[in-house]
Design a protein around this ligand. Structure first.
Ligand code: FAD
Length: 396
């Protein structure tokens, strides 16, 4: 008997996990062997990481054990790190074995884009995984404890966040909410604490928001104590702080870089043609040169009908995962493929507790209403991946 076609999915983030979950629902065990590979045995909600990073939420709230989501009778889970992708040999090298595939789905997410700014790679924290946000949260609290022993070092209480797109904005909102608790706990005068959000563009908040919503969001965050440095580049990051384009030096013991992302380096290394580490996929989300390789989420680049690429987002990754699963099932059943169409619903950026701003289905939303919509969006994702049981577990 011929072996069943082997589908290998790399990465259990939003894109890879949704592909796996949909395949386990759609396929019967005579149609394919499906393997999901991920560095950790849990799925993390990347879009939530700003909260545990600031310490306003527990990190386990942003984690879900993969065994809770995957039926091991249908999808074989391998906890391992991908070291190399070999599309010509149809192989993937993991740290402990080599896998051969008939169809590959790459959903390995993104890496910080540092634009070659000296010191950012070495000295700035990045919000990118559960382990990285645990480090940030611990470091922030450590700075308060250290300041109590060296009260002349106000740079321990100075926080610089590079970039004020979605990640930077959501993080400064949470950090501003967290600091009053830390000031109280360590008996630190809150006027000594400074949060600088440095942004090269002339305005903060995610690109594409209408200017009245940008003004609203920036007003909210300024009232919470954020100091914006707009139209300002970070020229260098050092162990002592950051040098700005103007030459000004901000002495700060904590620098967090959120200034951009690029696709996982493994794609470039595998010889895929990339722009910012992302592969311009065809209408079925495949690499144009390798029709057996599908690419989802932050590793892929999808053009909007206007001809500009959609910004990487969890929303896009989830829709791509569903489309890839559907098309893999279609290939295995000799049915026609369905082109990917993205019905972009909009973006909502949280500004800390009870405050958010954004556009949903073309309508502007702000304040508490926007914060509730954001919670509904998050809840919807939990329902997609884990049904009512996961939803109830996470919200209660
Ligand atoms: C703080 C923050 C807030 C955000 N807020 C929003 C939001 O409100 N709305 C929105 O739509 N988007 C938001 N985003 C963007 C969104 O999180 C990403 O676009 C989304 O996570 C991309 O999904 P993905 O499947 O491509 O990758 P990810 O979800 O990042 O998953 C990649 C997976 O691959 C695994 N992996 C990586 N390398 C390896 C390897 N070598 N071997 C094995 N496994 C590996 C990782 O462990 C991870 O499980 C936010 C991002 C951040 C950082």
């Amino acid at each position: 008997m011929n072996p069943l076609p082997h589908v290998v999915i790399l990465g259990a983030g939003y894109g890879g996990l949704v592909t796996a979950i949909r395949l386990q629902k759609m396929l019967n065990d005579q149609e394919a062997d499906v393997t999901l590979v991920n560095k950790h045995d849990y799925h993390y909600l990347t879009a939530h990481l700003h909260k545990p990073a600031a310490g306003t939420d527990r990190d386990d709230n942003a984690c879900i054990s993969i065994s809770e989501l995957i039926d091991d009778a249908k999808v074989h889970f391998v906890k391992s790190t991908v070291l190399e992708i070999q599309p010509e040999q149809k192989k993937v090298v993991l740290e402990d074995r080599v896998l051969s595939y008939d169809y590959l789905v790459i959903g390995l997410g993104s890496e910080p884009e540092t634009f070659g700014i000296p010191g950012v790679r070495e000295y700035a924290f990045k919000i990118r995984s559960i382990n990285s946000v645990r480090l940030i949260r611990t470091h922030i609290e450590y700075m308060f404890a250290k300041y109590k022993l060296e009260p002349h070092r106000t740079d321990y209480l100075t926080f610089v966040i590079g970039g004020s797109g979605l990640t930077g904005t959501e993080f400064v909102g949470e950090l501003a909410d967290r600091l009053p608790d830390l000031c109280k706990k360590y008996r630190v005068d809150s006027s000594l604490v400074n949060i600088y959000n440095v942004e090269m563009a002339p305005q903060a908040l995610p690109m594409g928001l209408p200017s009245d919503l940008v003004d609203y969001g920036m007003d909210v965050l300024r009232r919470k104590g954020i100091t914006y440095q707009l139209s300002t580049a970070i020229k260098e990051c050092t162990p002592e702080g950051v040098v700005l384009g103007s030459g000004e030096f901000i002495k700060a013991a904590t620098v967090i870089w959120t200034g951009g992302v690029r696709g996982n380096h493994l794609l470039e290394e595998a010889g895929f043609e990339t722009v910012k580490g992302r592969v311009k996929v065809d209408e079925y989300l495949r690499d144009p040169r390798h029709p057996d390789v599908f690419i989802v989420g932050d590793c892929s680049m999808v053009q909007s009908p206007e001809g500009t690429p959609y910004p990487p987002s969890a929303q896009l990754a989830v829709r791509q995962g569903a489309n890839v699963a559907r098309n893999l099932a279609a290939i295995l059943r000799n049915q026609p493929l369905k082109p990917f169409q993205f019905d972009y619903k909009g973006t909502v950026a949280s500004l800390g507790k009870h405050e958010a701003v954004g556009v949903v289905n073309g309508k502007k939303v702000k304040g508490r209403v926007a914060a509730w919509i954001k919670r509904i969006i998050d809840a919807r994702y939990l329902l997609i991946i884990g049904g009512v049981r996961l939803f109830l577990k996470k919200i209660t």
